[in-house]
Structures are given as C-alpha cells and as structure tokens.
Write a protein that binds this ligand. Sequence first.
Ligand code: SF4
Ligand code: SF4
Length: 379
Amino acid sequence: MSVRSDPTLLADLHKYGNIRGCLQCGSCTVVCELSSDEASFPRKIIQYALFGLKQLVQSSLEPWLCYYCGDCSTACPRQTDPGETMMTLRRWLTARYDWTGLSAKLYTSWRWEIGALLAVGAFMLFLILSFHGPLVTDRVELNTFAPAEMVHAFDLIMAAVLAFFLLSNAFRMYWFTMQQGAKVSIPLRLYIVEAKTLILHFATQNMFLKCKNNWRRWLKHWLLVSGYVLMFFLVVVCLMWFQTDNIYPLYHPQRWIGYYATAVLLYGTIEIIVGRLRKREQIHKFSDFSDWIFPILILLTTVSGILVHTFRYIGLPLATYYTYAIHLIIAVPMLIIEVPFGKWAHLLYRPLALYLQAVKERALEEQEVTKEVEIAHAA
Ligand code: SF4
Ligand code: SF4
C-alpha cells in the first residue's frame, strides 16, 4: 500500500468538517475508553490526516470504532476537538466508500442535499398524482386511495435498490480496510467465526457503554435505532398487515408495535434536535448540515405519520389522503438519500468496522501463535 503524502487531503477533509493542528501529545488517546493497543485512536489517525497519508486514513477502521463521547475533546490541551475530527473522518470515509460520488456531494454541499431530497420528493408527487386510486369521501378508505399491494410492491423495489447501493458501498469499505490495508493474510474461516460480532454490535451497540457515564446516551440511541428499524420493517416487509382500513382494538400488536416505534422516534429526534440547539454537551457543540437534516426528516416523517393515523381514526377522508401523500413525499426521499448515501449508513458501517477489526485481531493473534511455535521448534 502506498504511504505517500497527498497534499490535497487536508483541504479535502476540511470540506467535511473540523480538523485542526495537533501537538501529538496523546492526551486524547490516553482518556479514550475505546482505544486499545490493537486499535489506538484518535491521535494516530489525526496525525495521518495532517500528514496527508490518504491511503492510511482510507484503510483505517478506527474512525468507526469511536462512539463520539467527547472525552478526548474535553482533554485536548490545544482544544482541537479530536472527537469532532473523528466525526469528520467518518463523513469523509462514507464519501470514499460510495462509488456513485453522491455522498461526497451531499456532505460537502447543502444545496446538493436539499436538491436531491426535493428531486426524489417531486418524483414521489408525480407517482402519487399518476397512480392514486379514487378518493372516497363519505368514509376513510386509505387502501382505495393507495392500494396496499401497489405501495408494498413499490416498497420492495425501493428496499432492493437501497440494499444494492448500501451493500456495494459496504463491500468497498471491506476492500479498502481488509485488502488494500491488509497487514496479515486472513483466512475465510475467521470471517465466519466472527460473524457473531457483527450481529451483536448491530443489535446492541454495546460499545457505547464502554465510554464513561454514557449509558443514558446508549439507551437513547438504542431506542431510536429500534424505532426506525421496527418502522422500516413494518412499512417495507409487513405493509399488507400494517396499512389496513380495519380499526383494531388497542391491545392488537398492529397498534402497540406501531405506537412504540412512533413514540421512540418522536422522543429520540426531538431530544437530538434540542441537544444540538442547546450545544451543552461536547458532542453537540459542532453540527454539520447532515447532522440536522437526518433527525429533522425522521421527525417530519413521524409527525406526518401520526397525523395520517389520527385523521383516519377520527374519520376525515380527504385530510387522511392528503396527509398520507405528504408523508410519502417526506419519507421516501429520506430513505433513498439518507440510507445508502447519508448519515443513516453509519448504522451499517459501525458494526461492520467492529466485526472487521475483530477478524483482524484474531488473524494477528493466530499469526503470533504460529511464529512462537516456529521459534520454539527452531530452538
Ligand atoms: S470521542 Fe470518545 S470514543 Fe471517540 S475518540 Fe474521543 S474519547 Fe474516544
Ligand atoms: S489531545 Fe489534542 S493536541 Fe494532544 S494529540 Fe490529541 S488532538 Fe492532538
């Protein structure tokens, strides 16, 4: 792998956020609870970035191993905010993994981000105007206005497209970090043995708990993630069951599962937006445009979904249909733009990085054991 310095790297990174001069004192790495001998950060990766060592930064998993607790920023004597630098590196890496180049445009230009969301929203409006069913006005018939079979077919196509972009970008992450950045040859067996790490970190995000006094943040993040994973599952996989004109009793799972997902999405997004407005916590002191747009879109999707539900239950047909159309015009662009190209992608990249790091560490351990055995035999 080339370790030549690229003089354009620093200017490029500045487009994605904050990266400032550093004394290389190492205080940040000392206080970081997640840094280890095998994956030491943030000092080292900041040094790579400042020296323009693009290939080393690109092949690094460390930015994804940081859970942005902010302890390093508090400890930094030069006040360079290394926690935010790690966030900047994650944005840059997301753009590097994305082969379409759209992530780079979205992260470096708010005009591109708004333009892309509006373009997909306009396309949704066109689809709704072209394909909606009759507007029954003497009662609410949402499934006549928007037949669940048709919406479900659209959802499945959309999910397949999202999965294609997201997984192909994840493959590039694997390629940069495990092939181009390989220090040891890794047998396929280790990828299979360590698959549990991927599932564990995706399901629990338990690395949050390793940071000091971070359990509240872990709980809020976990609830929020559970809300949108559950809602995504309900509207993409189970839409035929979820979108119905039947009014079920309160104890029916269709209602309380939907209410749980809605409640945690509402609480989680409002809490993030208020935190960013107040700027009291270290992690909220600096907010990129992408840090605002994602929670705002989830909040708008949730509120419009609550309105559809309310209008349907109190029996207002036209209000239900129009609000449902608005709900789709917000939700679909959010999913298409944010899941594979925007901030949502970190939900995949982070557990994937922890998994790949575990595979690397196992391979290095095995290599050490093999060397020791060889030395013992030679002696
Ligand atoms: S923000 Fe927290 S987890 Fe991330 S590098 Fe700093 S101390 Fe470590
Ligand atoms: S604590 Fe600040 S100055 Fe010291 S190595 Fe970390 S980022 Fe650099």
